[in-house]
Design a protein around this ligand. Sequence first.
Ligand code: APR
Length: 324
Amino acid sequence: RELARRQKLPQYNTIDDAVSLLQSKKNIMVITGAGISTSLGIPDFRSKNTGFYSQLLARGFESPEDVFDIENFDMDPRTFYELAGEILPVLDKTSPTHAFIRLLQDKGKLLTNYTQNIDNIEAAAGIDPAHLIQCHGSWATATCRKCKAQVPGATIFSDVKAKRVARCTACVQRLSAQQQQPKKRKRAPNSNSNSSSRSRGKHGHVYSDDDSDGQYDIPEPGVMKPDITFFGEQLPNTFFDRLTDHDREKVDLVVIVGTSMKVAPVSEIPNFIPKDVPCVYISREPVEHINFDVTLLGYCDDVVSELCRRAGWGLDHPMALKGK
Ligand code: APR
């Protein structure tokens, strides 16, 4: 029955079908992944040899995704900070595919861009936050795991580049203020003790700065984590709210670019969209687990350049293919 119903629906197969869909539809949902930033030198995750996870496997990491597991991060953030520099965003460049999404927005056709990317390049491309859901967060901000203080992401970039765990400055300030307070003695100083761990406070109080005495734990400043969604963390509520309360009824075309569609819940969006909404998939490699109306295989920057050329749309980007 479903097949019969689908057979009654218009059939789309070719790049020209994709062009006419882009020209005629008004509420286009664009789902993007790491493949749209690879032309800017940011590796994707799963491409053979070049993908970030493939590189980690080659370096002996048995399950590379664990690098982005929140429990592992809280146990020991050093592994993440050792590697994160390889996926730090470039902040001043965009790709033709980002420009294509911006073009849809300028034509009033962009319903929402659901991006899985954390590089925040959509901001540099001028994609309006009102039409953007960063499903997996982004490097735009970072938050202290202890006191929840939030800072601009760029604040921790020097630590990331130096492979150093970034610590919270708000915690440091609070702790140093606490250190100025005279310590209330918890027990009479043991004057005989010659333990090097004891130090005389300026008010004459003697207190241990060695937690082996069990008197004080020296509190540490919290660890900063970029506001990207780690495995084990919840996606932002805006993802679910926008999809269910706003987009599901309005979307009239889905365009999926540069993602292997392997990570839920983003990979489940096509199942959530009404069956009569056509779906165009653009990537270097096909996916077997989802049926698309049109699959355009190739470098996404070239594919979107050709789509725009055939649609008679000027794609204004220095890296765009200049069609004949
Ligand atoms: N043009 C077109 N497609 C490309 C290009 C390109 N220049 N470069 C890579 N691709 C394709 C790859 O062939 C692959 O199908 O983009 C896809 C990228 O897939 P992944 O590496 O799995 O990246 P993504 O789908 O974004 O991963 C989703 O996984 O680990 C998590 O949080 C991480 O957001 C990420 C999520």
